[in-house]
Design a protein around this ligand. Structure first.
Ligand code: NDP
Length: 310
């Protein structure tokens, strides 16, 4: 009997994922009926992204797991009808994309690239930036993405401090956790990268009080989630110089409305939630592996802790 896998995401995702999923199932020795419409009680697994039309998981009584195509699960984790195990996406391609985006934006600020790229005006500005070793960076969130980005930056010579909820040891990084750890992590950095999930514990984490603890002129880089930052407080901190620049990829409302002050603020760079994306070629292997594990009775990889919300 084939395994019934329901695909629930935006219609165009079906075109992107269908062929790679079939290949990954075959590579993993799985006989699968993959479809966008299957009688709910017959569904064994759901490959899921929140922007499809599936909102009620109640009829999927025999579903063994919901496998998210997204790393961030804040939209699905609050769904009361979801009683099945939920796995989030940890994908090599997604991680690599985030490393490249974070490294690029950190280097932009570190080297002050804009001075020459944007301000080419006939003035010979012989500004020489410090070496990376003299530019402390903090990464808030030491998960799949934060750890990899932190290690990439450490590899370039930046002294990197990482902060997480629970205690961690990561080679090449100074690791802090908890409230005391946060103060230290914020105070020590010239560039702060937010790679936290959005949960009740992280929403509005970067508020006026916390920004006041940062080094004057600090640069914030947020590819995590918009509501990690209190927008009004950030705009005030940019205006009074507490924060020197904010590079923001994610927002409370997306797309960011045209009238939002971030668009025109001289100290804000807006990118349209493109820091990184799940890459079908690598992500389908993660999905197939998890289905194989489920069929063999092994525990699922990358399970979401529903009480923590990530
Ligand atoms: P993980 O779940 O692997 O890591 C989350 C990290 O955040 C962990 O280190 C965790 O701590 C820490 N954390 C969670 N809650 C708290 C808290 N209350 N206090 C301190 N630390 C906390 O997530 P990923 O690294 O895979 O992804 C991070 C986020 O990046 C995603 O949730 C998503 O929002 C965002 N993202 C953005 C993309 C974009 O294109 N802009 C693309 C993909 C993801 P601990 O280790 O102790 O559990």
């Amino acid at each position: 009997m084939p395994i019934n896998v329901l695909f629930s995401a935006r219609p165009e995702r079906w075109d992107t994922y269908q062929a790679p999923l079939h290949k990954a199932f075959k590579d993993n020795g799985l006989e699968v009926n993959l479809a966008r419409d299957i009688a709910p009680e017959k569904v064994d697994y759901i490959v899921y992204a929140p922007n499809g039309d599936l909102n009620d998981f109640t009829p999927y009584t025999n579903c063994k797991a919901v496998l998210s195509l997204w790393a961030g699960v804040e939209k699905i984790v609050v769904n009361q009808t979801l009683t099945q195990p939920l796995a989030r996406m940890v994908d090599h391609g997604l991680t690599q994309g985030m490393i490249e985006w974070v490294t690029g934006h950190v280097l932009r600020h570190h080297l002050n690239t804009d001075l020459h790229v944007v301000g080419q005006d006939g003035v010979w500005r012989d500004y020489v930036p410090p070496l990376a070793q003299d530019r402390p960076v903090t990464i808030l969130g030491l998960g799949a993405l934060g750890t990899s980005c932190g290690q990439a930056l450490a590899g370039l010579g930046f002294p990197v401090t990482g902060w997480s909820r629970t205690a961690k040891e990561v080679e090449g990084l100074t690791c802090l956790h908890g409230e005391d750890g946060l103060t230290q992590a914020l105070q020590s950095a010239e560039i702060i990268v937010l790679l936290l999930p959005l949960t009740a514990g992280t929403e509005n984490l970067i508020n006026a009080e916390r920004m006041a603890q940062m080094k004057k002129g600090v640069c914030l880089v947020n590819p995590g989630r918009g509501p990690l930052i209190e927008d009004e407080a950030l705009l005030a901190a940019l205006d009074n110089g507490t924060v020197g620049h904010a590079t923001l990829d994610v927002f409370r409302v997306e797309p960011l409305p045209p009238e939002h002050p971030y668009w025109s603020h001289p100290k804000v760079t807006v990118t349209p939630h493109i820091a990184s994306e799940t890459r079908p070629v690598t992500a389908v292997q993660v999905i197939a592996q998890n289905i194989r594990r489920g069929e063999m009775g092994d525990s699922f990889l990358h399970l979401v802790d529903r009480t923590q919300g990530y």
